[in-house]
Design a binder for this molecule. Structure first.
Ligand code: NDP
Length: 455
């Protein structure tokens, strides 16, 4: 990733000072700079058409979180030793609704990561058309290799502080890297204990037996594949018969693989931080789920059990020739070299299941080569959109069926695609989904900020 983002894509005069202030005020936060720069670059033409957004300081306010909470999380491990982690919640914007965004538990978590994710979340949530603001949180706690009891003690300690900042009308977390069904159960349970309230709508991604919505687990991966299908559809193509490459082997990756196969493609890869597997027969989702979700094992285990698969230790999954790529692991996982390799192998479309998985140079390479490219804030918005459906079902005490929820998700992804596509056309960048998604999200947020005064 470049350190000189500003030289890479120069900004227009009205936004340059805003970016300069971000860099000065939030020094040492490169991921946050990267996310802000991309949005500020995209919205240049909108600001030309709407000088009132500049005159009323919409941008200066937008890049500064409404509230940032950093806290100590002490807990005792199985050997009786005290451990201390750091907890975060960045409540970025509530102009469209309660703060909404996941919690990430991973050793790499720091303020820069949480701010970039929270900032992206504002526009992603606006794009869904639902009433949800943007936020994100997490901890540098690493659930890998911890016992269930250790994870529970950590989650309880984390919630002992965070609960006072949450609520169905205030801030509604969900899962992200390292936070799945097990962690959400422990976090929700502790919130219920401390507050003495069964407030279903204060957390999404809950178990379907206790307030969770059908399809929430599958929604992010399914949505990223639906978005790829929408992009291909514009050109009269489909996923049927295509070869798909997926990175990661967690929540997003598993269900991206499943939906791609259901739509007639062959998904041939999955990965984790140790390497990737290639299965020319198509990844067996049941086996992958057994290893990752039930046994909490490593991806190498898949190759040990499946004769048609091989494990490549430490390799880049993007060296495998595919028609469609769905990066679904983490930020900045697709380098410029990876992008060049995918392009040389004839990739047709890239749909980001993860948040900001492609470095700016990779995005530029895909777009210059005419590869259809969907940024995460549009392509992976199905997760948060289905979280908003979970909140609606909790509020009305209804339960929708799996099929009805999936139909709704597909409709939402088509709407996000169309909104991004049209916004890009309207502002002179046809086919540029990065510009389109940033513009469509920004327009909704900026109009609401203007209407609600200087807050
Ligand atoms: P999971 O924890 O379920 O899975 C993450 C996967 O990515 C694991 O296979 C993990 O491997 C791999 N990974 C994580 N960090 C790294 C790293 N630094 N290097 C290499 N591999 C890594 O997370 P999710 O599937 O929920 O999230 C994946 C991405 O999707 C994230 O960017 C997240 O922000 C984004 N996202 C998730 C949503 C959701 O609903 N869950 C919604 C929208 C976006 P290992 O076990 O080796 O670490």
């Amino acid at each position: 990733m470049t350190d000189t983002i500003a030289d890479f894509h120069p900004l227009t005069a009205p936004v340059q000072p805003v970016f300069d202030t971000v860099r000065t005020r939030s020094a040492h936060e490169p991921e946050f700079h990267q996310a802000v720069h991309e949005v500020l670059h995209s919205i240049g033409p909108v600001l030309d058409a709407h000088p009132e957004y500049v005159e009323n300081g919409v941008l200066e306010r937008l890049v500064e979180p409404e509230r940032q909470i950093i806290f100590r999380v002490p807990w005792i491990d199985d050997a009786g030793r005290l451990q201390v982690n750091r907890g975060f919640r960045v409540q970025f914007s509530s102009v469209l609704g309660p703060y909404k965004g996941g919690l990430r538990f991973h050793p790499s978590v720091n303020l820069s990561i949480i701010k970039f994710l929270g900032f992206e979340q504002i526009f992603k949530n606006a794009l869904t058309g639902q009433g949800i603001g943007g936020g994100k949180g997490g901890s540098d706690f690493d659930p890998h290799g911890k016992s269930d009891a250790e994870v529970m003690r950590f989650c309880q300690s984390f919630m002992n502080e965070l609960y006072r900042h949450l609520g169905e009308h205030t801030d509604v977390p969900a899962g992200d890297i390292g936070v799945g069904g097990r962690e959400i159960g422990f976090l929700f349970g502790q919130y219920r204990k401390i507050t003495n309230r069964h407030e279903s709508g204060m957390f999404t991604g809950k178990g379907t037996g206790w307030g969770g919505a059908e399809v929430r687990t599958e929604a992010t991966g399914y949505g990223a594949v639906f978005f790829a299908e929408e992009m291909l559809g514009v050109h009269g193509e489909s996923l049927d018969g295509k070869r798909v490459g997926v990175s990661g082997s967690g929540n997003v990756a598993i269900y991206a693989i499943q939906k791609a196969q259901q739509l007639g493609a062959t998904a041939v890869t999955a990965s984790d931080s140790s390497g990737y597997i290639l299965d020319e027969d198509g990844v067996d989702v049941d086996l992958l789920r057994q290893i990752k979700e039930v046994e909490r094992g490593r991806i190498v285990e898949y190759a040990r059990r499946k004769p048609t698969a091989r494990f490549v230790e430490g390799g880049s999954v993007w060296e495998v020739p595919v028609d469609i790529a769905v990066p679904s692991a983490t930020q900045n996982e697709v380098s410029e070299d990876d992008a060049e390799a995918l392009i040389a192998n004839g990739v047709r479309a890239v749909s980001e299941g993860a948040n900001m998985p492609c470095v700016p140079e990779a995005v530029e390479a895909f777009q210059s080569a005419g590869v259809l490219f969907a940024p995460g804030k549009a392509a992976n918005a199905g997760g948060v959109a289905t979280s908003a459906l979970e909140m609606s079902q909790n509020a009305s005490r209804q339960r929708w069926s799996f099929d009805a929820s999936e139909r709704k998700l597909r409709e939402i992804m088509a709407d996000i695609h169309d909104a991004s596509f049209r916004a890009a056309e309207r502002y002179g960048s046809p086919g540029d989904y990065v510009a389109g998604a940033n513009i469509a999200g920004f327009e909704r947020v900026a109009a609401a900020m203007l209407a609600q005064g200087v807050i």
